[in-house]
Write a protein that binds this ligand. Structure first.
Ligand code: ZN
Length: 255
């Protein structure tokens, strides 16, 4: 299992698979992922310094409240009724009577990240500690929705950072992942947003975020195999500049 995953990861590094993954806005590459340490230009896309728009995004206000959910539920349900009709179904048949409401409620849940702000999660969660060893959190479950097809993306997030006295609890890292993933996403942006949020919050020496995910929109169209994973990474600070730090991080999340 581990072997086949690794194989896929390496495959994702070559041009052909990057083209298949052209689903994304940018090219998907893992800097320094292969033990041999690929080309020097590898990862230039995913490890660029975060743009100011991404920097700003973690401070932004929530765009939806619970009240908004209540108000918009009927119109979302009505839209689902239209979708059912458009698909050639009869929304009045027994099995579908409650479907528009269920689907609307489910969609609001799947996108509940819009109801939260990262900054609220971080309040009171950052601790000053005399700790300068690399912190690694592996296998954080992630469920998201592809913004191009509104179909699930799911997988795992691995996070590493080199603290500069400030640390964040594991559950808070998982909450950051949850808030950003429960929005309409592309995998590359999700990866970057998590890395930037940790950077902003902790001002660490460096951060590495790797996401391995399955995109149902690609699996169900036959573009991606069910068991293959799309890999994205963002490396900031020493994770980006120092190959030794990356070489310490990447095997730890693989093992
Ligand atoms: Zn998609």
């Amino acid at each position: 299992m581990e072997r086949s995953k690794q194989k896929q990861m390496n495959q994702d590094e070559n041009e052909t698979d990057a083209a298949i993954n052209g689903h994304f806005d940018g090219r998907v590459k893992i800097p320094g992922w292969s033990a041999v340490g690929g080309g020097g230009a590898a990862g230039s896309q995913s490890s660029t310094v975060p743009s100011s728009s991404v920097m700003e995004s973690w401070r932004e206000e929530r765009t939806r409240s619970l009240e908004d959910n209540e108000i918009s539920l009927p119109s979302i349900a009505a839209a689902y009724t239209n979708i059912l009709k458009g698909l050639g179904e009869d929304p009045q048949r027994q099995g579908l009577l409650k479907t528009p409401w269920r689907a609307a409620t489910a969609m609001q849940f799947f996108t509940k990240g819009y109801q939260e702000k990262i900054i609220d999660v971080l309040n009171d969660a950052i601790f000053d500690e005399d700790h300068d060893e690399m912190v690694i959190v592996k296998d954080i479950d992630m469920f998201s929705m592809c913004e191009h097809h509104l179909v699930p993306i799911f997988g795992r997030v691995h996070i590493g950072y080199l603290p500069n006295k400030r640390v964040l609890g594991l559950s808070k890292l998982a909450r950051i992942v949850e808030i950003y993933s429960r929005r309409l996403q592309v995998q590359e942006r999700l990866t970057k947003q998590i890395a930037v949020a940790i950077t902003e919050a902790l001002k660490p020496a460096g951060v590495g975020v790797v996401i391995e995910a399955t995109h149902m929109c690609m699996v169900m169209r036959g573009v991606q195999k069910m068991n293959s994973k799309t890999m994205t990474s963002t490396m900031l600070g020493v994770f980006r500049e120092d190959p030794k730090t990356r070489d310490e991080f990447l095997p730890l999340i693989r093992s």
